[in-house]
Design a protein around this ligand. Structure first.
Ligand code: SF4
Ligand code: SF4
Length: 209
């Protein structure tokens, strides 16, 4: 009976592949077993100021979260917070946001200044809406940099779990919808009065000419 050289080559290839497969699986398995039996110590929770904070702790398990938490730097970029009393509703944060996750509605006050921020800036606008969609936020921190009154800040609060995605939209405005509607109406009325006075003045000028 004649031998088939092509069949022999294919058979050898298959044997080689099978051996390689076993070798790879063995390597992965030994690594897993090694990690399983050597990781037998609890990870020490060290404060961020500790020199060894970033040092790798050998033979440790991961921490027992949420019973155990690793401290994070105070300057960490996690959840955004807005001190709305210090906001002048300038919209700069919303304009610079690369992903449009800040949604602000401002209403101009009809009485001029409505107060001052803690740094003495005049407040001329009401924040009828100030929502931040943290589900969209990419934590770039640009909004905190441009804020003239430094009232929008990144906090080190990272543990924020919600069941509904919509719950990641934080609402910072402290205005009720009724108040906002009233201020909108007052502004529209003032603008209409101004427009009417302007038209009357133009007509009077045309009539006198
Ligand atoms: S951190 Fe960046 S992405 Fe998030 S709200 Fe501010 S500007 Fe937008
Ligand atoms: S930049 Fe600051 S002051 Fe201006 S709207 Fe945003 S949070 Fe308010």
């Amino acid at each position: 009976m004649e031998s088939n050289p092509i069949g022999e080559i294919q058979k050898n290839k298959m044997i080689k592949r099978a051996i390689n497969g076993f070798k790879t699986a063995w390597k992965g398995l030994t690594l897993t077993m090694k990690a399983l039996f050597t990781s037998n110590a609890k990870r020490k929770v060290t404060p961020i100021t500790d020199d060894n904070y970033f040092k790798q702790q050998n033979n440790t398990n991961t921490i027992q979260y949420p019973k155990q938490e690793m401290p994070v730097p105070e300057v960490g970029r996690y959840q955004l917070d807005v001190e709305i009393d210090d906001c002048i509703v300038c919209d700069l944060c919303a304009k610079i946001c690369p992903v449009n996750c800040i949604d602000i509605e401002s209403i101009k006050s009809t009485e001029g200044s409505i107060g001052e921020t803690s740094d003495g800036s005049k407040k001329l606008l009401y924040a009828a809406k100030f929502d931040i969609d943290m589900a969209k936020c990419m934590y770039c921190g640009l909004c905190t940099i441009v804020c003239p009154t430094e009232c929008i800040v990144m906090t080190n609060q990272y543990d924020k779990t919600v069941f509904e995605l919509s719950n990641l939209t934080y609402e910072f405005s402290d205005m009720s919808p009724e108040d906002a509607a009233e201020k909108r109406m007052l502004l529209e009325k003032q603008q209409a009065e101004k427009q009417a006075a302007k038209l009357a003045a133009m007509k009077a000028k045309e009539g006198g000419a």
